[in-house]
Design a protein around this ligand. Structure first.
Ligand code: ATR
Length: 284
């Protein structure tokens, strides 16, 4: 699938630990082949205590850039030259671009999420959103939604984290976020419900009762950022209640396409996007 490696091939990749399960190499190499770009996308296991040395290696080896994932997303910023404003605000980086040794960090998770909603034909602006979870993914999504004048209600098992996230979002978009108790019903007038927690990642575990997913009344759209092929209990419940539902595969592809767009300095067209979708859909 990848192009033959030449004397001019450049390297781009993903760092984190673990990365062996990552779909990003498949997805990006498929897009690079379609685009005819002479780069190869390689996974690297990088532990947090090597973060600074790994960043130096980007400069030394003139890598195009890298994606960063768990556990580096929140720890890499101090070693970069610049960080995009939204990434600073949400405190998370998933993409580094190398411009001749000058490294800039970005977060493309929010953009990937919003793009996916748009491609699904779902609305993205001025919505009442009920967001489950308050971790790194939730920060990116809550920020992106508040940026689009949505009101974001945040419910999280650890209430203090929900409060912290609400405070963060309200700092930049005053009045755009409130906290709801974990385990309560979503309440009336919710347009979009999003699960950002890791609950449901292992469908064989009977985790559904932990998600306050029982009441989808009046909810039109329900999104789960988990991208397992098996439908999560959360999504099944929503679908059975008549909601439009989606898992996070489209977001995964689109955050990747946004990163590729940063590295290539141009938007990724439909053909490459389709190749990325096919690559992740046909995973083994
Ligand atoms: P990510 O970067 O993927 O968002 P994270 O920052 O570790 O990962 O956040 C994981 C989210 O899943 C958190 O909202 C977490 O809730 P806590 O803040 O209470 O830890 C949520 N989560 C994980 N396991 C959970 C469980 N068993 N029940 C409820 N929420 C859970």
């Amino acid at each position: 699938m990848t192009l033959p490696i030449s004397g001019r091939t450049r390297v781009v990749g993903v760092w984190g630990s673990p990365v062996s399960h990552s779909l990003s190499p498949r997805m990006h190499n498929a897009a690079l082949a379609v685009l005819g770009v002479d780069w190869v996308y390689v996974p690297y296991t990088v532990q947090p205590d090597h973060a600074e040395a790994a960043v130096q290696a980007v400069r030394a080896l003139d890598l195009v850039g890298v994606n960063v994932t768990v556990p580096l997303k929140e720890r890499i910023a101090p070693y970069l030259d610049h960080v995009d404003e939204a990434a600073v605000r949400i405190g998370s980086i998933n993409t580094i671009k190398n411009d001749g040794g000058v490294l800039t960090g970005y977060s493309t998770d929010g953009e990937g999420f919003v793009r996916d909603l748009q491609d699904l034909g779902w609305p993205t602006e001025r919505l009442n959103v009920y967001l489950l979870g308050a971790g790194g993914s939730a920060r990116a999504l809550a920020y992106a939604l508040a940026e689009r004048e949505c009101h974001v209600v945040i419910a999280n098992r650890t209430a203090a984290r929900a409060e912290d996230l609400t405070e963060l979002v309200n700092r930049y978009f005053p009045g755009s976020s409130t906290v709801a108790p974990w385990g309560g019903a979503a309440g009336a007038k919710i347009d979009l419900m999003v699960n950002t927690t890791s609950l449901g990642m292992t469908p064989q575990v009977d985790d559904a009762p932990e998600l306050p997913s029982g009441n989808f009344t009046g909810v039109r759209y329900v999104y789960d950022i988990i991208y397992n092929p098996e439908e999560t209990r959360f999504l099944r419940g929503a679908r059975e209640a008549g909601c439009s539902t989606s898992n996070g595969l489209g977001m995964l592809v689109r955050q990747g396409a946004a990163a590729l767009g940063i590295w290539l300095e141009r938007p990724i067209g439909p053909e490459a996007l389709a190749a990325m979708e096919l690559a992740v859909a046909s995973r083994t």
